[in-house]
Design a protein around this ligand. Structure first.
Ligand SMILES: Nc1ncnc2c1ncn2[C@@H]1O[C@H](COP(=O)(O)OP(=O)(O)OP(=O)(O)O)[C@@H](O)[C@H]1O
Ligand SMILES: [Mg+2]
Length: 496
């Protein structure tokens, strides 16, 4: 019977082969996945908000010249990381990847451990038993986990990971996109990592179902698309789950809003205003929704409906609902509309819908109009006025043949406030409008800005946007309501 080593397809590596200098493969770039020396995306003219860290001098592709040097290299964290990536690349080179999924994890661990030990010996690297065990475990995790993406998933500065085929991986740091040197071996290697991610959470992706939304066990949100739909190779988008929840104070510290705006938002949530958070993609809508939800009093029953659970509510009385895609036979789908309708039967005091995208908007508005004041949701739109237009389109998507005016009456009476979020071109995320929705004048919904972000220019040295949050001077109509809920705001709160 063929040995596991043969089954793994390991190519012969001479026992005393000289330590290779790990020259990058043709077209493989500097090939140090761990050293994420990143080139800034070509587009922005301004200097980056946070310049990418240069590769550490400890990071080198060259194999250590002797054992002592190797030991010193391992002692440094960057060197250790580099060594791990190098081992991982070597393993990928010598293994027949297609057999990885056909073997049990213990079988694989045993065999891969032997191969890694051989490679360590060949390189003359000085590791004690414990270091070796830890090292082998980490390389295995990389091999059987998320492959070259592991260092990016571990990097707390990375918010988004965007893989456009095997040779192009971007990350978002502080609101800006950077191209990394992380690469996969080929389409097959990337497809395998995608398959591992997707199947690990009980989902499936193949030619018949080439798109998949799911969540990693740590809560990160994943979207995968494979050919033929993804024309240039498998594509993967990961919104990493933040372990440190961004609270409202952090947003104030980042300059996303002023302390006064925060006080007003808090009073509005406590006074049960229905709030719509609007913004472009990645503008911080969900983060804001999470922060505003934190103002909901702890004695209220909250039901949340989300496509993929992202919100991290701290209240004790929360029921979380999540949509479900259809199974392989196309059955069992639970849509956002189903969830919103169902949650009305769960005696919620507040409904929080992660994001309105379609027909559920009408159910949400009806809920807001019928005893579930204080509900909140987000949607994709570039201005408060645009958000109203998007809501109208979504209601139309529900298939209800409502006349435009009737739709607008419904919207105007349901939504009390629109909070507009934006990601500015320096990468910062800010609230740029807090807008009160008033009522109808003729066929038009009237609104008034209460706070705005006044943008004045760009600082040529830092590349940061210069501007400030300020009240418009308008006294909002919701003040009466705030008073009736016992919410006090400073006298000069809305003064210019
Ligand atoms: N004010 C802020 N300052 C810095 N980072 C922020 C801020 N708000 C959000 N972020 C970070 O930006 C990323 C995107 O935020 P979030 O998920 O809230 O955006 P979104 O608008 O809901 O995105 P999507 O459109 O993809 O749903 C997250 O990693 C989040 O931690
Ligand atoms: Mg979101």
């Amino acid at each position: 019977m063929a040995s596991l080593r043969d089954r793994l397809g390991v190519r012969a590596t001479g026992p005393a082969a000289p330590a290779p200098t790990a020259a990058p493969k043709p077209g493989a770039g500097p090939a140090t996945p761990a050293a994420t020396a990143e080139r800034q995306q070509a587009a922005p003219a301004a200097p980056p908000a946070a310049p990418p860290k240069p590769a550490s001098p400890a990071v080198s592709n060259a194999a250590p010249a002797n054992r002592q040097q190797a030991g010193a290299q391992v002692a440094s964290r960057a060197g250790y990381h580099e060594l791990k990536s190098r081992m991982h690349r070597k393993l990928i080179d010598v293994l027949d990847l297609s057999v990885l999924n056909t073997m049990s994890r213990p079988e694989l661990e045993r065999e891969v451990t032997k191969i890694i030990n051989d490679l360590i010996n060949q390189e003359g690297i000085n590791l004690n038993r414990r270091e070796r065990e830890t090292f082998v475990k980490e390389v295995l995790d990389e091999l059987l986990g998320f492959g070259p993406l592991e260092p990016l998933l571990d990097d707390p500065d990375v918010n988004d990971i965007l893989v456009n085929g095997p040779k192009q991986v971007y990350v978002e740091r502080r609101g800006k996109l950077y191209l990394t040197n992380v690469q996969f071996k080929d389409d097959g290697h990337l497809a395998q990592v995608i398959d591992r991610i997707v199947s690990g959470v009980g989902r499936h992706i193949d030619e018949a179902q080439p798109m998949c939304d799911c969540r990693l066990p740590d809560g990160s949100r994943v979207n995968a698309v494979i050919p033929p739909v993804a024309v240039d190779g498998p594509s993967l988008s990961i919104r990493k789950f933040r372990k440190d929840v961004l609270g409202i104070q952090a947003l104030i510290d980042f300059g996303a809003l002023s302390p006064m705006m925060s006080a007003v938002l808090q009073a509005c949530v406590k006074s049960r205003l229905n709030i719509l958070i609007s913004g472009g993609t990645g503008s911080g809508k969900t983060t804001l929704l999470n922060c505003l939800s934190a103002f909901v009093p702890h004695d209220e029953r909250i039901v949340t409906c989300e496509e993929a659970v992202e919100l991290q509510l701290q209240q004790p009385h929360v029921v979380r609902l999540e949509t479900r895609p259809p199974n392989l036979e196309g059955r069992g789908e639970v849509t956002m509309g189903n969830l919103v309708k169902n949650c009305l039967r769960m005696r919620p005091e507040r409904i929080i819908v992660g994001e309105c995208r379609g027909g559920e908007a009408l159910d949400m508005l009806q809920a807001m109009n019928t005893g579930h004041e204080g509900s909140m949701t987000t949607l994709h739109a570039n201005s408060p006025r645009d958000a109203i237009g998007r809501l109208e389109t979504m209601i139309a998507m529900a298939g209800m043949d409502l006349p435009a005016r009737a739709m607008r009456v419904q919207i105007a009476s349901a939504i009390d406030m629109i909070v507009q979020a934006a990601r500015l071109n320096d990468g910062s995320r800010k609230i740029i409008n807090i807008t009160e929705v008033l009522d109808m004048e003729g066929d038009i919904i009237t609104m008034q800005d209460i706070f705005i972000y006044e943008r004045k220019g760009m600082d040529p040295t830092t590349g940061k946007v210069i501007g400030q949050h300020k009240p418009t001077g308008v006294q909002p109509r919701f003040m009466e309501r705030l008073k009736s809920y016992g919410q006090q705001l400073p006298e000069d709160c809305f003064k210019l």
